[in-house]
Design a protein around this ligand. Structure first.
Ligand code: TRP
Length: 327
């Protein structure tokens, strides 16, 4: 017997990187043991920031292929689907917008950030982004939502929307709990910014060993360690923080000591990391290649997911409309 339903969504961004894996996918996989999981490719959300939409299909395919290769698995009961394939969520979005104060939306830090990032494209959808997110979660009556801390204000708003809705129309919707991921921030190879595809500072999970090494070689290390003979400071080095995740503890200890004593150079240290990363990701790469052998597989999974999601969403939207009093 499972403990309840989990929902999470991610915008279609194509091949996934280490930051996506450590910050989200790893959790998505683990939660399948204890929960009925619903994982959604939020393509409608993506429209709020995308200018060209010609990549949406390809990026959906590549992302879901990575998800499946990483162990998100419909055979375990998990529903994986594309948001726009279950359009009931847009109906709920409209209804929930009526119980959402506009000021709350325009005061959100995430909204203000977007206004700064794209001042010439402050569209209506951007304002409603968190309401659509609330609809995603509540139309599946999810009780647990694994997200990064950057989504905290959206989860809080979702809970407020649910309380307001239920206060006016009766106890129909479920107030979800956020489940924040433990590794909040994976830095990119620049060692400064959060790993992200748009900054091109990422390391893709599907990389071949030589590509992995090429990316790791580009990583910024301790800026004060300019010469090979300078002692390093592992605590400020992003290569070291990845060692902590992908390298056995005894080796990490050795690297820590050798770096501080300038007994190992950054090049060698990176070689060790690249090898360990390649080893870690080998089963993933194999599984990915195997799944990609059938080009229809991803779309079949998504079709099946959409049907199962549809069954839940249809029922909940009917309950909502009845509660509101729509004839
Ligand atoms: N806003 C989320 C993000 O950018 C994506 C998202 C959309 C989401 N709908 C969701 C996350 C519902 C959790 C639940 O990461």
């Amino acid at each position: 017997m499972k403990k309840g339903r989990v929902f999470s969504g991610a915008r279609p961004t194509g091949r996934q990187h280490l930051g996506n894996y450590l910050g989200a996918i790893k959790n998505y996989v683990a939660l399948q043991d204890d929960y009925d999981c619903v994982y959604c490719v939020v393509d409608l959300h993506a429209l709020t920031t995308l200018r060209g939409t010609e990549h949406l299909k390809e990026w959906t395919y590549e992302m879901v292929l990575d998800w499946l290769a990483a162990g998100m698995d419909p055979e375990l009961g998990t529903i994986i689907f594309v948001q726009s394939n279950v359009p009931q969520v847009t109906e709920l979005h409209m209804i929930l917008s009526m119980v959402t104060p506009l000021g709350k939306l325009t005061r959100l830090p995430t909204f203000k950030e977007k206004v700064q990032q794209q001042p010439d494209n402050v569209n209506y959808g951007l304002v409603g982004y968190p309401v659509l997110m609330a609809s995603d979660i509540t139309i599946y009556k999810a009780s647990v939502v694994p997200v990064g801390v950057d989504q905290a204000s959206h989860l809080e708003l979702t809970r407020e929307i649910v309380r307001t809705f239920n206060f006016h129309f009766g106890p129909v919707l479920i107030e979800p709990q956020a489940k924040y991921t433990e590794i909040p921030k994976v830095l990119g190879i620049d060692g400064v910014n959060k790993m992200s595809k748009s900054l091109d500072n990422h390391i893709e999970l599907a990389s071949e060993p030589d590509e992995l090494y090429a990316r790791v070689r580009m990583m910024v290390t301790d800026p004060q360690r300019q010469r090979r003979t300078d002692p390093g400071r592992p605590e400020v080095c992003n290569v070291y923080s990845l060692h902590n995740i992908f390298t056995p503890p005894e080796t990490v200890q050795q690297i820590d000591a050798d770096c501080r004593a300038a007994a190992i150079g950054c090049v060698d240290c990176k070689k060790v990391l690249a090898e360990n990363l390649a080893g870690h990701l080998a089963p993933f790469r194999d599984r990915r290649a195997q799944l990609a052998g059938d080009p229809d597989h991803v779309w079949n999974v998504l079709n099946d997911g959409a049907q199962r999601a549809n069954a839940i969403a249809s029922q909940v939207i009917a309950e909502v409309k009845t509660a509101v009093g729509l004839p």
